[in-house]
Design a binder for this molecule. Structure first.
Ligand SMILES: Cc1cc2nc3c(=O)[nH]c(=O)nc-3n(C[C@H](O)[C@H](O)[C@H](O)COP(=O)(O)O)c2cc1C
Length: 336
């Protein structure tokens, strides 16, 4: 149900820090974990394609846990009518924001004309977001790159932002590097094209009314704070939030939002146990949740024992929450 009282800016305070959409990583189970680590951070789903929802009827892709809010649904697609319908389904399922992916360079995604290839078609993107916004009460946002292939980001990005702003978009996340559509794998496209943070900061100066978040290679809260102090509205963190979730998220509420208290990864493991039990009662495997917990003690005493005990045991037949409790005992023994 769309909440009639929700305004388009409800999610803005949360968007000071967000965990990036990541296919196969930011699953429902992962988002529940991240929410236990931070009450405030904005979470994103994996990309869900509009054709899968609208033509395929795969509504289970919209499943999420009530604890996840504020949570944004990321859509992939390039057909305004289909995206509008997918956005409607997402808002009806309860998502707080609908985000359009204009940054993902994988082949599969290019073949459907989704993702980063849309940086070449700003007018089409404008049509898409306008059609989506016309169907939903929640905010429609965009995640993009600074350009693709031989485009000049200094010309392309302001034009892209101006066009989507004219179509009603007020909040954008920019992955501060180009995507090279030919010759690089999706993974290489997250590391090889150079980062241009200054360009994103310059866009904030040129578009002061847009809420702009920066993404790409930001691995610590210190780095996030530095971007916020320089005037950006938000920071999105991907791989570091996944691999070292406690480092990025435990102090996020106090440091980025000035609320709450620091969370504790040991307490969060204990909080996850009832969720894991409930999942397993519904037929899920232990591994589908614990695979997202492997980095929870990264850089802390017992990290290796924790990771090894969970990764070796969680796929075994009959493995249950007690494996997590055993792994936690190993961590506590190291810390003692
Ligand atoms: C495993 C993985 C899957 C990703 N899937 C998506 C996706 O579905 N949609 C998207 O917009 N970006 C996707 N990305 C890109 C991230 O959202 C982010 O832009 C990128 O990793 C750069 O941020 P980081 O340096 O903080 O990781 C993915 C990244 C990774 C590592």
């Amino acid at each position: 149900m769309v909440d009639e009282n929700q305004t388009k800016t409800d999610v803005w305070p949360a968007a000071r820090l967000s965990v990036a959409p990541m296919m196969d990583w930011t699953t429902r189970e992962c988002r529940v974990l991240h929410r236990m680590l931070s009450r405030e951070v904005l979470l994103y789903t994996e990309m869900v394609t509009a054709p899968a929802l609208v033509r395929g009827g795969a509504l289970h892709l919209l499943d999420h846990d009530p604890s996840e809010h504020p949570v944004a649904l990321q859509l992939g697609g390039s057909d305004p009518v289909e995206l509008a319908e997918a956005a409607r389904l997402g808002a009806a399922a309860g998502y707080d924001e609908i985000n359009l992916n204009c940054g993902c360079p994988s082949d599969r995604v290019q073949s459907g004309a989704f993702g980063a290839v849309l940086m070449q078609s700003p007018d089409l993107v404008a049509d898409c977001v306008a059609a989506m916004a016309a169907k939903v009460g929640v905010e429609v946002t965009v995640k993009c790159r600074i350009g693709v292939d031989d485009q000049d980001p200094r010309a392309v990005l302001p034009d892209f932002l101006a066009k989507i702003r004219a179509a009603g978009v007020r909040r954008v996340t920019v992955h501060a590097r180009k995507a090279w559509l030919q010759g690089l794998s999706p993974k290489e496209n997250r590391d090889i094209p150079p980062l241009d943070y200054d360009l994103v900061h310059q866009m904030k100066a040129e578009f002061p009314d847009l809420h702009l978040s920066i993404n790409g290679g930001i691995a610590t809260l210190e780095a996030a704070e530095a971007h916020l102090a320089r005037g950006l509205d938000g920071v999105m963190i991907g791989r570091a939030a996944y691999h070292q979730p406690a480092d990025v998220l435990c102090a996020a509420d106090t440091r980025i939002y000035g609320t709450g208290t620091r969370s504790d990864p040991v307490a969060v493991v204990r909080q996850m146990l009832p969720f894991i039990e409930a999942e397993m009662q519904k037929g899920a495997r232990l591994h589908s949740t614990t695979r997202h917990m492997l980095g929870l003690f990264a850089g802390r005493p017992g990290a290796r024992q924790w990771r090894r005990h969970l990764s070796e045991g969680a796929s075994r037949k009959g493995a249950g929450p007690e494996l997590v409790e055993e792994a936690l005992e190993l961590v506590l023994a190291q810390a003692a």
